[in-house]
Design a protein around this ligand. Structure first.
Ligand code: C2G
Length: 135
């Protein structure tokens, strides 16, 4: 019997990389054999949060690509394209943090969908305000 590789896909901005990002990416990888990460574009971030990320998309992409448990990266241009990305990369499972709980259940038609608990006490927004206080 041929053993099929289980492909995991996840999405995020991953701006000002921190331990919460590393934890979720590592756990996502453990849910399969091959981890694909959609890194949200600068424009997508602006449309979602009305601010551009601190690190531009080219740098965020390169940082995520450099992690040893990440196998493949691409730029996520729109939140609504998740179904297309799942099909394009033939993902078996979509993994997201539980701040998105229930939000991507529509993709259960295409693949498994799993929400993992967020790492408590850290976020990019909190880090940015902490750095500002130090300034
Ligand atoms: N995360 C986490 N623990 C934290 C912070 C973030 O587990 N303390 C997870 C989030 O739940 C998410 C991933 O890390 O699954 C990336 O988080 P963000 O960079 O904040 O990305 P987000 O704004 O959630 O973008 O298309 C999806 C969106 O663009 C996701």
């Amino acid at each position: 019997m041929e053993l099929k590789m289980r492909k995991v896909i996840t999405f995020g901005t991953f701006d000002v990389l921190h331990i919460g990002h590393i934890n979720i990416l590592k756990r996502a990888k453990k849910m399969g054999d091959y981890l694909i990460v959609g890194v949200s574009s600068d424009y997508l971030n602006f449309s979602k949060k009305q601010r551009y990320p601190v690190y531009p998309e080219t740098e965020r992409l390169e940082i995520i690509r450099s992690l040893k448990f990440v196998d493949e990266v691409f730029i996520e241009e729109s939140l609504e394209l998740k179904g297309e990305y799942i099909k394009k990369f033939k993902a078996d499972i979509l993994v997201m943090g539980d701040d998105w709980l229930g939000r991507f259940d529509e993709y259960k038609e295409l693949c498994e969908v799993s929400y993992l608990p967020r790492t408590v006490g850290i976020s990019t927004t909190e880090l940015i305000s902490q750095i500002k206080r130090y300034g």
